[in-house]
Design a protein around this ligand. Structure first.
Ligand SMILES: NC(=O)c1ccc[n+]([C@@H]2O[C@H](COP(=O)([O-])OP(=O)(O)OC[C@H]3O[C@@H](n4cnc5c(N)ncnc54)[C@H](OP(=O)(O)O)[C@@H]3O)[C@@H](O)[C@H]2O)c1
Length: 260
């Protein structure tokens, strides 16, 4: 299937590793030109930039000025057809709701909600100039599977999915806006040294591998999703093949969510 992404100009946030890096890699393989935003960057992203039309931009997207800086760099390089809001982060909250401070809430809302809201505010005037423009946002099953262990992250992702649905109505038919809600994905967010498995395991004296196994067992497929599988869905939603899909949310969780 030709996704007709050759020559399209994309912005991907949180692009140095995990799901964001997989999305950059997949878009580059389709011949798109990508502005890739991350705070610290990575060797993998630099390697990709040396072989494909990929420009890493190092910027802190959790501060008010960050998203505007990233979009300005993308506009300098020829405009924007596709925005992928991928950046996000989680800190498990093992002491309960009352232990979450204002600073904690500000951190969570900044990186998981405001970063995308600000990026879209800056990008929309430029996306509006392009036929077939589209926004794909990586939310989470926690948007509708509230979890006290990640209570602030769940609330922020719920707000993010809600915002994108509203925007699909405001921007249709000029710009299509969709969200993807992954369950657990094989990235540092879950599997890294400071990730969910290590943090939750550390608090309950359970090995991280056992936390992962217990989580995997909850999915009908018995496994986490691979970043490349999320990237494939992003590619389809960003392509003209999905031209009449907007305001939709796509769950990719191996059957973790058991309700309709
Ligand atoms: N992994 C999962 O199980 C899962 C499940 C559902 C939804 N999601 C969502 O998927 C998205 C990607 O998650 P992931 O698992 O790929 O995470 P990850 O492996 O931790 O990667 C996060 C990316 O975001 C960047 N980043 C973090 N803070 C940043 C900041 N302040 N400014 C700029 N860039 C920043 C990181 O770059 P630097 O290292 O350079 O800062 C990195 O490129 C997130 O929105 C997450 O909520 C993930």
């Amino acid at each position: 299937m030709d996704l007709e992404l050759q020559g399209k100009r994309a912005v991907v946030t949180g692009a140095s590793k995990g799901i964001g890096l997989a999305i950059v890699r997949a878009l580059a393989a389709e011949g798109a030109s990508i502005t890739a935003g991350a705070r610290e960057g990575s060797q993998e992203l630099d390697d990709l930039a040396s072989t494909a039309d990929v420009r890493p931009v190092l910027v802190d997207l959790s501060v008010p000025a960050g998203p505007g800086e990233l979009i300005a760099r993308a506009v300098e390089h020829g405009g924007i057809d596709i925005l992928v809001n991928n950046v996000g982060a989680v800190r498990p909250r093992l002491q309960g709701f009352n232990a979450i401070t204002d600073e904690d809430w500000e951190w969570t809302l900044s990186i998981n909600f405001l970063a995308a809201a600000r990026t879209m505010r800056h990008a929309i005037p430029h996306l509006s100039e392009r036929p077939g423009a589209t926004i794909v946002t990586i939310s989470s099953v926690n948007a509708f599977l509230p979890d006290p262990g990640v209570i602030d992250y769940s609330a922020a992702k719920g707000a993010l999915t809600n915002l994108c649905k509203s925007l699909s109505k405001e921007l249709g038919p000029r710009i299509r806006v969709n969200t993807i809600s992954p369950g657990p994905v094989r990235t540092d967010l879950w599997l890294g040294s400071g990730g969910v498995a290590a943090t939750v395991g550390g608090a309950s004296r359970t090995a991280a591998e056992d936390v992962i196994r217990q989580q995997e067992a909850q999915a009908a497929t018995g496994r986490f999703t691979y970043p490349a599988e999320i990237a494939d869905l992003v590619l389809f939603l960003a392509s003209s093949r999905a031209a009449n899909i907007t305001g939709s949310d796509f769950v990719i969780d191996g059957g973790l969510i058991t309700t309709l």
